[in-house]
Design a protein around this ligand. Structure first.
Ligand code: HEM
Length: 143
C-alpha cells in the first residue's frame, strides 16, 4: 500500500463513502450485487447462512450516513422508513416463488418499468453518487 507521508500541516484530508464502498480491498467485487455478503455465519436462529465461498462484508467500512461526530442525525429515522416502506411494499405486492425445499427462488408481482442499470450505476460524484444525466428514477409496475 502506498502511504503519503509528506503532508503540509494545513493539508485537508478527507474520505468518501462511494470510494470506500467501491474499493475491492474493502469489499470484493464491489460493483456486483451480492447481498449474501452481509449475512453472518453461523446465522441467528431462523435466518439463512452466508454461503462459505462468499467472504463476510465488514460493516465497519459501511458509511452511507458518513461517520464520526458530524454523521447523519436522521440515520435511525431513515432506517425505520426504509424498513417499513420495503416491508409494506413487499408484503403487499411480492408473491414469493419457492422450490420444493421452501427456498425462495424468485418473486412475482413487481416488474421494473423503463428502469435499468443506468438509473442506479454511479456516473459522477456530487458528494454522493449520482447516475448519468436525465436518469435516476426507479419505476415499478405493481400487479
Ligand atoms: C437514506 C437517507 C439518508 C442518507 C443516506 C443520509 C446521509 C447523510 C450524510 C452522508 C450526512 C453527512 C453529510 C456531510 O458529511 O456533510 C448526513 C447529515 C445529516 N443528515 Fe442525513 N441522510 C439520510 C436521511 C436523513 C433524514 C431522514 C434526516 C432527518 C430527518 C437527516 C438529517 C441529517 C442531518 C441533520 C445531518 C447533519 C448532521 C450534522 O452536520 O451534524 N438525514 N446525512
Amino acid at each position: 500500500m502506498n502511504v503519503l507521508t509528506n503532508f503540509d500541516q494545513q493539508t485537508a484530508v478527507s474520505m468518501h463513502g462511494p470510494l470506500i464502498h467501491h474499493s475491492s480491498r474493502v469489499y470484493p467485487e464491489p460493483w456486483s450485487f451480492i447481498p449474501e455478503r452481509w449475512l453472518s455465519s453461523p446465522p441467528p436462529a431462523g435466518l439463512p447462512s452466508r454461503p462459505p465461498n462468499i467472504p463476510q462484508a465488514n460493516p465497519k467500512y459501511l458509511m452511507p450516513f458518513s461517520r464520526g461526530t458530524r454523521n447523519c442525525l436522521g440515520q435511525p429515522l431513515a432506517y425505520a422508513e426504509i424498513y417499513m416502506t420495503l416491508a409494506n411494499v413487499l408484503r403487499t405486492f411480492a408473491r414469493l416463488e419457492r422450490d420444493d425445499n421452501g427456498k425462495v427462488v424468485g418473486a412475482k408481482g413487481m416488474t421494473l418499468y423503463e428502469t435499468d442499470r443506468r438509473d442506479v450505476d454511479m456516473k459522477s460524484d456530487m458528494g454522493f453518487p449520482a447516475p448519468e444525466k436525465e436518469r435516476g428514477n426507479t419505476r415499478l409496475i405493481l400487479e
